[in-house]
Design a protein around this ligand. Sequence first.
Ligand code: NAP
Length: 481
Amino acid sequence: MVEAKVLIVGAGLGGLAIALELRRAGIDDFVILEKAADVGGVWRENTYPGAAVDVPSPYYSYAAEPNPEWPRRYSEQADILAYIHDVVDRHALRRHIVFETTVRSAAYDDATGRWHVETGDEKYDAQFFVPATGQLSIPLLPKIPGLDSFAGPAFHSAQWDHSVDLAGKTVAVIGTGASAIQIIPKIQPEVGQLLVLQRSAPYLLPRMDREYGPRQHRVFRKYPVVQRGERLFWWLFGEFWTFAVLGNPVVDRMFRATAAGMRALQIRDKTLRAKLTPDYPMGCKRVLFSSDYYPAVAAPNVRLETTGIDAITATGIRTVDGAEHAVDVLVYGTGFATQEFLDSIEIRGAGGELLSQRWADGARAYLGIAVPGFPNLLIMYGPNTNLGTGSIIYMLERQARYIRGLIEEMGRRGMATATVRADVEQGYDDDVQARLGKTAWASCVSWYQSKSGRISSNWPRNVLAYSRRTATVDLAEYEPA
Ligand code: NAP
């Protein structure tokens, strides 16, 4: 049995954010359990061609860990993973991490007020249990008949098979979401033919990418305020854009006009442009940044298919109009199981209640962090903390700060266990859901919603509001278990 004050699950950006915050608080008694052999979470897993961040790197990084050496504004996967390694090494976090360890169950013990966590090989006993397993870690294959019948190589964007040579091949990409629109321009020059299967057209805005050369690096190193200034600029941009998602018609029109302008400039063929024009309100699904997707789709070796898929066959794809599309390689850019919050771990709270049962109608938690009846369970990147605009790292840092504050405040008051009051969580959730009902996210079906239509993924306001809401801990909102 291994004992710790805080047990964290996952060494991605969320798990590392709380580890860094605990360190700042002088709390060294924590363990991170990581299922893989390395840190990095989604940035370790997603190695598909073109994988890069769509939030500028000066903002998509820990506030206290600026990186003057970012090679570009929108950094690529390998550079982000290198940044994460660097942060881990600089803070000697590796000694806290147990790799290749999958958490199967976690149960709160009413008698001792501690969490018992099982991994198969080892048992852990901790005062606080902090799952940080993310919202985008379970690749989702579409429910299309014949999925297993395809004879050639087929893989999901998050499980890219680099042993497959795409040169000269006929490749199909199913989906046109955030991952697919990065993959398509990257593989288009290399493949023979590219078939893009689009169910809904995404909104695209220009990606104002740029390289940071040696001069820029020198400036960032010598005058950190310059990089902080750029971070502030992108933070403000995200906050401004949030107005559109929250229903401000002027800001919405501005961004729509930009998206339409880019479409008109980059796609001369009117039929193709019509196919690429979204038919739902902007912001409902994630708005994507790309300046090379439309030119790639307009290339002569690319065909955009908008007819629905009927089945996957041994040789390719059959669309509902009966047409057979023969392909050599199939790529699923079909997203992730996003509503299965913490589903991979059997979590039991006070009295043995199952979290999955509590969340049968959709996940919910106070500030995305605390669940009534689950004392000392503190979730990173939990329900309703995802963003449509802005940097998720900013949100993770706010959650880490709040969790640290709660642990410290409990320590000061000599409180060993705390569970958020049911009325506090209910009031909070009512407010979140009422606000979400007025946002663009309520106006179409997306991965932000559970089957019941409840939006369990997204935060309904700007990030400043979340920052303010989580800045201080009020222990009156909690009760001892
Ligand atoms: P996604 O945005 O959920 O896109 C999935 C795509 O697959 C959509 O176009 C969807 O169409 C389509 N699809 C799903 N099932 C289908 C089916 N049965 N038939 C046809 N099409 C189907 O997934 P993703 O691209 O992996 O991105 C997920 C999230 O990861 C993003 O929203 C973002 O938060 C994050 N991400 C970020 C970055 C970045 O920072 N650069 C990059 C990649 C991913 P519908 O729209 O019609 O459902």
